[in-house]
Design a protein around this ligand. Structure first.
Ligand code: ZN
Length: 160
């Protein structure tokens, strides 16, 4: 069945940056299952997959606006170290969890100075055009429970 809103779609994918380096791929592990039309994958990819069917292969290059968004320099902030949590050491390049007014967000440390760190809350792939290679593995109707939750269940899904 063709992909449309409220289908549970299983895909294999690979994503590359402008330099052609593979940033992430499902090849070699389980494919990804997502709820189509739920904003669970990047906008441009959802658009490109609309109407495609099992077995379809596509390659699509997305501008940042249709992928992980543009960088916002307001998301680079000075934060007291006590607002940061990490499983490792707080140092430049390290991933950290930041307490913000909007809740806990993931960020990367840019620099540490005294009791403060400069952190970048932008998505690591924000501002980048990305090339996706996708193969549609399966398409099925989402269950009522999946639609209520806004994500898929079972193998490759949210709880599995
Ligand atoms: Zn659920």
């Amino acid at each position: 069945m063709p992909i449309s809103k409220d289908k549970a779609v299983t895909i294999h994918y690979a994503v590359k940056n402008e330099a052609g380096e593979t940033l992430d791929t499902s090849r070699g592990r389980d494919p990804l299952t997502y709820l189509h039309g739920g904003g669970n994958i990047v906008l441009g990819l959802e658009k490109a997959l609309e109407g495609k069917d099992t077995g379809a292969k596509l390659e699509v290059t997305l501008p940042p606006e249709e992928a992980y968004g543009v960088r916002d320099e307001k998301n680079v902030r000075n934060v007291p170290l006590r607002k940061l949590a990490t499983d490792g050491t707080i140092a430049a390049g390290a991933p950290v969890r930041v307490q913000t007014a909007d809740g806990v967000q993931m960020a990367r440390v840019v620099a540490v100075r005294g009791d403060y760190a400069t952190v970048d809350l932008n998505h690591p792939l924000a501002g980048m055009p990305l090339a996706f290679e996708v193969e549609v593995v399966a398409v099925r109707d989402a269950t009522a429970e999946e639609l209520a939750h806004g994500h898929v269940h079972g193998p490759g899904g949210h709880h599995g």
